[in-house]
Design a binder for this molecule. Structure first.
Ligand code: ATP
Ligand code: MG
Length: 322
C-alpha cells in the first residue's frame, strides 16, 4: 500500500533520511520510531508530497507520488507535526472546509463530517471554536481532518506528542479503532506506544533504518539471555548469609551462565542469574533459596524491553558519533 524505495533527503551536509526502504501492506499499522532529529518528520513530509526527496521514490496504493501526484495524494490523510488549525472556525465548519479541499462532493460533506466526528469522538465540540479547545481535543480534530475524506492511507506525525497520559491513552485508542479501515504509518519517540499500536516497527536513528520488525520479534532477536533477579535477607532467622554463599549456591543450578550477588545497605543481598535464552530459572532459584532457609524477599524475571532494544540498536551509532 505504501512503498518507500531508497528514500533520501539531504539538507546541505546533513543527510536527514538515508536510503529508507519500507513496504507497508494494506491494513498494516507501522510505527516509525526514533529519537529527536531521527528523520521521522522529514520522511512523512516526503511520503505526503510536502517535500521532494533528494533521491528515491514513494508509491501510494500503486500510484507513484511523482508521476501521479494527484491520485497518490488523494489516498492520503495527513496529521502533520504542527497542524495549522483555523482558530476562529468551529470544529464542524473547519472539517467541512477540509472536506471541500479534499474534493468530498458537497452533497456528502455533512455525512462525511458527522462520520469523522463520530470516529474521533469530537461530536461534543462540533460547535466549539478551535481556539478554545484543549490539546487533547485539538489532536482529535487533527485526526478527524485526516480521515474526513476516508483515505485508505493515514500518515500521523507524533499523534500523541505533548498530550497528558490520559489524552495519550485516548488518542492511542482512537488510532487502534481506525485499524482495519486504514493503512497507517505513524511516528513516535515513545517506545511503548510503538509496541502497543503498531504491527511493525521501523527504528530509525540519524536517518538510517536500524531495524524493521514486529515488536515481539525485535525483543526476541536481541534477547541473548534471560535473567532472574532475587532479593534475599542477609540476616536469616537461623544464620547469616553472605553474597558469596548465595553466588556459589545459585551458580550450581543447571543452565546458569553467570551469577552476580552483592549486599546493599539495608542488609539485602541482590542477586542476578543469567541463563541462556528460553531457560527460565525462576522456580528453581526460588526453591533453592527457600530450601536453604534463606529469606526470599523478592524475585522477578527480566527480559529486554523495547527501550533496551532501542538503546542497544542505537548505541553503536551514538558512540560512533561521540
Ligand atoms: N528544512 C530543513 N532544513 C535543514 N535541516 C532540516 C530541515 N528539516 C529537518 N532538518 C534536519 O533533519 C534532521 C531530521 O529532522 P526531522 O524533523 O525529520 O526529525 P524527527 O525525527 O521528526 O525529530 P523530532 O522527534 O524532533 O520531531 C534533523 O537533523 C533536522 O535538523
Ligand atoms: Mg518530527
Amino acid at each position: 500500500m505504501i512503498r518507500l524505495s531508497h528514500l533520501t533527503k539531504k539538507f546541505g551536509a546533513c543527510t536527514a533520511v538515508d536510503d529508507l526502504c519500507v513496504d507497508v501492506r494494506e491494513g498494516e499499522v507501522v510505527g516509525l520510531l526514533g529519537p529527536n532529529g531521527a528523520g521521522k518528520t522529514t520522511t512523512m513530509r516526503m511520503i505526503t508530497g510536502f517535500m521532494p526527496p533528494s533521491k528515491g521514490r514513494v508509491s501510494i496504493a500503486g500510484f507513484d507520488l511523482y508521476d501521479h501526484p494527484i491520485q497518490a495524494k488523494r489516498k492520503i490523510g495527513y496529521l502533520p507535526e504542527q497542524l495549522p488549525l483555523y482558530p476562529d472556525m468551529t470544529v464542524c465548519k473547519y472539517l467541512a472546509y477540509v472536506a471541500a479541499l479534499k474534493d468530498v462532493p458537497a452533497a456528502r460533506t455533512k455525512a462525511a463530517v458527522a462520520l469523522a466526528m463520530e470516529r474521533t469522538r469530537t461530536g461534543e465540540v462540533a460547535d466549539t471554536r478551535i481556539s478554545t479547545l484543549s490539546k487533547g481535543f485539538r489532536q482529535r480534530v487533527g485526526l478527524a481532518q485526516a480521515i474526513v475524506h476516508e483515505p485508505p492511507v493515514l500518515v500521523l506525525d507524533e499523534p500523541t506528542s505533548s498530550l497528558d497520559p490520559q489524552q495519550r491513552y485516548e488518542v492511542r485508542e482512537l488510532i487502534t479503532a481506525l485499524k482495519g479501515r486504514h493503512t497507517v504509518i505513524l511516528s513516535t519517540h515513545i517506545l511503548p506506544e510503538a509496541s502497543d499500536v503498531a504491527d511493525r516497527v521501523v527504528i530509525i536513528n540519524r536517518g538510517k533504518v536500524m531495524a524493521v520488525d514486529t515488536p515481539a520479534n525485535l525483543a526476541g532477536r536481541l534477547r541473548a539471555c534471560e535473567s532472574v533477579r532475587l532479593e534475599i535477607g542477609a540476616r536469616a532467622a537461623a544464620s547469616a548469609v553472605s553474597p558469596d554463599a548465595v553466588r556459589e549456591s545459585l551458580a550450581a543450578l543447571p543452565g546458569v551462565l553467570d551469577v552476580h550477588a552483592a549486599i546493599g545497605a539495608a542488609g539485602i543481598i541482590t542477586a542476578r542469574i543469567d541463563s541462556a535464552a528460553g531457560v527460565d530459572l525462576r522456580a528453581e532459584a526460588a526453591a533453592l533459596v527457600t530450601g536453604r532457609g534463606w529469606r526470599l524477599l523478592g524475585l522477578s524475571g527480566d527480559s529486554l524491553s523495547l527501550e533496551e532494544i532501542f538503546l542497544a540498536l542505537t548505541r553503536d551509532e551514538r558512540e560512533g558519533g561521540a
